[in-house]
Ligand binder design. Structure first.
Ligand SMILES: O=c1ccn([C@@H]2O[C@H](COP(=O)(O)O)[C@@H](O)[C@H]2O)c(=O)[nH]1
Length: 312
């Protein structure tokens, strides 16, 4: 079974960047062309989310290595929304993108096993039926400790899948619990240190583990500290753009080759057509604005971080 970190790094090398386009579909912000096609029923809105997601995938496939679906925006619309997520994730895989589902799942060990089988493995159904979700990677919450992580790590290892564990989140109140000091170090460092132990057996040929970490762009000092403390751990870095994180903040998250991190941007890309400068430049061609925003982010990361070396 191949290793998810190796697979993601191969895609990064092939497109020459480590941008993750975040698909966080907020229906009220969809282009009029899409909003106007569907009724404002639950089923209609879910269908518009699928159509918007597919349109974004058409623009970004070939430009970036990966997409991250924010499950919350789909779950908001119940079973129809979840079905739209399922179809959009399958569409991303068909287009050759590495698919991260941002669900931040976890529970006690026996329940975590069901999440792990559901998102990354196979449920116990007859052989002819495929996996339920078949994501390449899932975000998970470490709060329940080792027995909540073990089932995910075991399925990830068996099925060639990846995990991104919350270590240092990007939100303003991240420090409320994550910065509390216990046994002489902050909680996020305890999580990081345990993660390094758990990640070892999932290390691939690239030197990176399929068990990665979520570390926000909005805390550059901790990002640099964690990069040094967590060699061989791939970082999923959210917070670039709308949350204020800049490329220069992210630079310390990479290794010397420009690897070691993927950087997510959701609103800043998928709703780039709302920017007055891009509206003036591209008019109603909202797809062109999205494509421009992706290239702009790629160039920004290349100019201001070691990720520029990926283009050599
Ligand atoms: O610490 C975290 C963990 C996850 N996220 C998620 O990433 C995206 C960010 O969206 P933007 O529009 O680029 O701000 C979103 O899905 C969050 O739920 C995060 O921001 N921080």
């Amino acid at each position: 079974m191949d290793n998810a970190a190796d697979r993601l790094i191969a895609r990064i090398r092939s497109v020459g960047n480590a941008v993750v386009v975040g698909i966080d579909p907020r229906p009220s912000q969809f282009p009029a062309e899409i909003r106007g096609r569907f009724p404002e029923t639950r089923a209609g809105v879910a269908e518009s989310m699928r159509a918007f997601s597919e349109a974004i995938l058409d623009v970004v496939a070939g430009l970036v290595p990966a997409v991250k679906f924010q499950s919350a925006f789909f779950e908001e619309f119940g079973p129809e929304g979840v079905a739209a997520l399922h179809q959009a994730a399958a569409g991303a895989r068909r287009r050759g993108l590495f698919v991260i589902i941002d669900g931040k799942r976890n529970d006690i060990g026996s329940t975590a096993e069901a999440y792990a089988r559901g998102y990354l493995g196979r449920p116990p159904v007859s052989e002819g039926e495929g996996p339920s979700w078949d994501a390449d990677a899932l975000t998970i919450n470490p709060y329940l400790g080792g027995d909540g992580i073990a089932p995910f790590a075991s399925v990830a290892s068996e099925r060639g899948k990846g995990l991104f564990v919350l270590v240092r989140t990007s939100n303003p109140s991240a420090g409320d619990f994550q910065d509390l000091v216990a046994d002489g170090k902050p909680i996020y460092r305890h999580v990081a240190d345990r993660l390094v132990e758990w990640a070892g057996p999932l290390r691939g040929e690239s030197g990176y583990s399929a068990l990665g970490a979520v570390v926000g762009a909005t805390y550059p000092e901790q990002l640099a500290e964690l990069r040094a403390a967590m060699p061989g751990i791939l970082f999923l870095i959210p917070g670039y753009g709308a949350q204020g994180g800049r490329a220069t903040d992210i630079a310390a998250g990479c290794d010397a080759q420009g690897l070691g991190a993927v950087v997510n941007c959701s609103r800043g890309i998928i709703f780039a057509f709302e920017r007055p400068d891009l509206r003036a430049r591209f008019g109603d061609d909202w797809r062109a604005a999205v494509s421009f925003a992706v290239r702009e982010m790629v160039d920004d990361l290349a100019a201001n971080t070691p990720m520029g070396r990926l283009q050599a």
